[in-house]
Design a protein around this ligand. Sequence first.
Ligand code: ACO
Length: 275
Amino acid sequence: QPDPRPEEETVRCDIEDGVAWVYFNRPDKRNCMSPKLNRQMMRVIEDLEFRDDVQVLVLTGEGVAWSAGMDLLEYFRMNEEKGIGAIRQSQREAYGWWERLRWYEKPTVAMVNGWCFGGGYGPLFACDLAFCAQSAQFGLSEINWAILPGGGASKVAAELLSFRKAMYHAMMGENLTGEQAAEWGLVNECLPDDKLKARVQEVCDSLKKKDTNALRATKWAIRRVREMTYDNAEDYLVRAQEALNDFGGKQSRKEATRQFLDEKSYKPGLGAFDK
Ligand code: ACO
């Protein structure tokens, strides 16, 4: 039976002190992504993107899962019954919010509290940073039910893992523990379950102290240059910095330089200037 829960309840969001904690909120369905959840997630993240009281977005899951990937009933089976139009629409809704998140205006952090499968790799890669619990498990389980890792999942594996590891991960359908996921580079760090939130909070607090415009330019730069030649990257970065100058970058830099050189109140090598 399809999930009777209203669309608005498939995502939960708490805003606390500049951080938006966004939850996949279908814990009894291991937070798998249904068309309803995908539509609601787009609404929620769009709403948060330009709010003054949000500086960092954290994406996490309610209950024991981060996300068990795409909903095999509502995303796959029910759409296949409806036909190609419904399939394409659902793909656009899912891929749409992941893309929006990849190029989000604000820094994003995946806090992977539990299961992370298949389609979940899309939002995982879309987040700039990722931290997981020791009890989390990561899998490209597609091969276990006779499909290929679509929806970007193959691309994410190939981007984040070495060739051999990506192949093994995709072909074998075995899960990685949280610690392995950190060793393999799927996430930045793996933490004991009871330390995960505190560590993510610490990272958010640090991000909040950085210059907002410089952070946005930086995260976009790191994503863009991955696909550029060295020369094109160099040129892009010159232009991105010049664009940043028009976003208050010149004044911020002037002030930071003043605090270091004249006031001697901070050292850029040791932390952010006082904005
Ligand atoms: N799609 C649809 N329903 C799901 C999904 C999913 N991806 N994952 C979990 N559920 C549902 C289960 O059917 C079950 O529903 P029910 O209570 O109505 O019977 C409920 O969520 C709880 O799931 P359980 O399997 O009972 O939970 P358990 O904690 O034992 O196992 C696990 C968790 C390992 C995540 C298991 O649910 C699972 O293997 N899920 C599928 C993971 C997967 O392969 N996802 C697809 C990846 S490929 C892709 O995304 C394209």
